[in-house]
Ligand binder design. Structure first.
Ligand SMILES: *Cc1c(COP(=O)(O)O)cnc(C)c1O
Length: 402
């Protein structure tokens, strides 16, 4: 597999010009331990058996592939929803945390740290730590702790310690800094569970491989339903990029499959309140990798904005940066308003209340040029229970008649 013919990670940890491991020397040993051992560990038969059995009986996989009749009628194509919202804890994130906790155990780690913005990754991490009886510390910006109180309560219920990050803007990037500081100080005992397809190599590849179960299932489920084992389109929203990476993985080198990313335009791409990273971003280093990120001319991170807490991230995974730059994937941005309309539409037409993140993928379906008989898989990354307050507030503020 060479860099020019594949979209998978190269031996040296790159996706085209993106990726790599840009880390302080103090972290080199930690990351190197994972890099040199992850492929051997995750390909062991015993690891695979334990991972698959937990995905089946604990997470509830395989998640259904559902032909959405009303949406299909509306767009004149066959729209399938990959129901990651039905997983335990309500989203795709658990696929990754189950995989990483098993890796951490095999690396002999006793303590787990994570950072979280919206709290979804924190909950998924606290869940698997409770399951495996490992100590769990979740760093979270002090501002986010207030904004995401229900998820903080869930993490505490599960036995995790939630530590506020009080520096900077007191949001996700500050929580990441705290987590990295902890990791440097507790390298021997601690595994750092990153929640998206970002971070220094090998994290983007590690997370992607654990999420790849999504596209593995899509292949056989679609074949069972249609006789064709590849969709014409796979559509996924992108924050850091883990649900998209999982939904794309087994189709990356299959040109028959159009890969579509939906990012958050927030109040509009040029409004100054946006998280449309691929459009507004430029090449630089964030969270240990070379990728596209929103930054000022002197390289400071620009605070992103989206009504959706899970897409409110200033970077994008290095694999996605490469997919976009090379033209393999296309990206569209949906505003808060467009995503909210898609939330209401899916709730009413299919009886499924999606997460606000996910709704961005639904909101762009009318722009991608679907043709009759196309098979389109939308990755329904999560359910909307966590967003109900946001939905009701929005509906009240905009005088929407339900
Ligand atoms: C966290 C989250 C996302 C965004 O993260 P990715 O790593 O880009 O997938 C999308 N959807 C839901 C439901 C989430 O919880």
């Amino acid at each position: 597999m060479t860099e020019t013919t594949s979209y998978h990670v190269s031996e040296s940890g790159y996706y085209g010009e993106f990726g790599g491991a840009y880390i302080p020397e103090m972290l080199y040993a930690n990351v190197e331990e994972i890099r040199t051992r992850y492929l051997d560990i995750i390909s062991e038969t015993a690891f695979q058996e334990e991972f698959n059995s937990l995905l089946k009986d604990y997470v509830g996989r395989p998640s259904p592939l559902y032909l959405a009749k009303s949406l299909s009628a509306k767009y004149g194509a066959n729209i399938y929803l990959k129901r990651e919202d039905l997983n335990h804890t309500g989203a795709h994130k658990i696929n990754n945390t189950v995989g990483q906790i098993l890796l951490a155990k095999r690396l002999g780690k006793k303590r787990i740290i994570a950072e979280t913005g919206a709290g979804q990754h924190g909950v998924a991490t606290a869940t698997v730590c409770a399951l495996m009886n490992l100590e769990c510390i979740v760093y979270m910006g002090a501002v986010d702790i207030v904004r995401q109180a229900p998820n903080v309560a869930r993490m505490q219920m599960l036995g995790a310690k939630v530590v506020p990050a009080e520096s900077g803007s007191k949001t996700l990037k500050d929580a990441t800094n705290e987590a990295i500081r902890d990791w440097i100080n507790n390298a021997e005992t601690t595994h750092y569970i990153i929640g998206s397809a970002i971070g220094p190599h090998p994290y983007p590849d590690l997370v992607t491989r654990f999420q790849a179960v999504v596209s593995e299932e899509i292949k056989w489920q679609l074949k069972e339903k249609t006789g064709q084992e590849y969709p014409n389109y796979v559509v996924a929203c992108v924050g850091g990029g883990s649900n998209a990476a999982g939904a794309f993985y087994h189709f990356l080198d299959d040109d028959r499959v159009n890969l579509i990313l939906a990012e958050a335009a927030g109040k509009g791409i040029d409004s100054g309140h946006s998280a449309a990273t691929s459009i507004l971003g430029s090449k630089g280093i964030i969270h240990g990798c070379m990728t596209l990120l929103m930054q000022t001319s002197d390289g400071q991170i620009v605070e992103p904005y989206s009504l959706s807490a899970g897409l409110d991230y200033p970077g994008i995974g290095p694999m996605h940066a490469h997919l976009i730059k090379s033209g393999r994937a296309r990206v569209w941005a949906a505003t808060d308003d467009e995503a909210m309309m898609a939330v209401i539409e899916l709730s009413r037409s299919e009886g499924i209340i999606p997460a606000l993140e996910t709704a961005h993928a639904l909101a762009i379906l009318d722009r991608i040029g679907l043709k009759k008989n196309d098979h389109v898989v939308v990755n329904l990354s999560g359910r909307g229970d966590k967003d109900l307050n946001t939905y009701l507030t929005y509906i009240a503020e905009h005088n929407i008649q339900l």
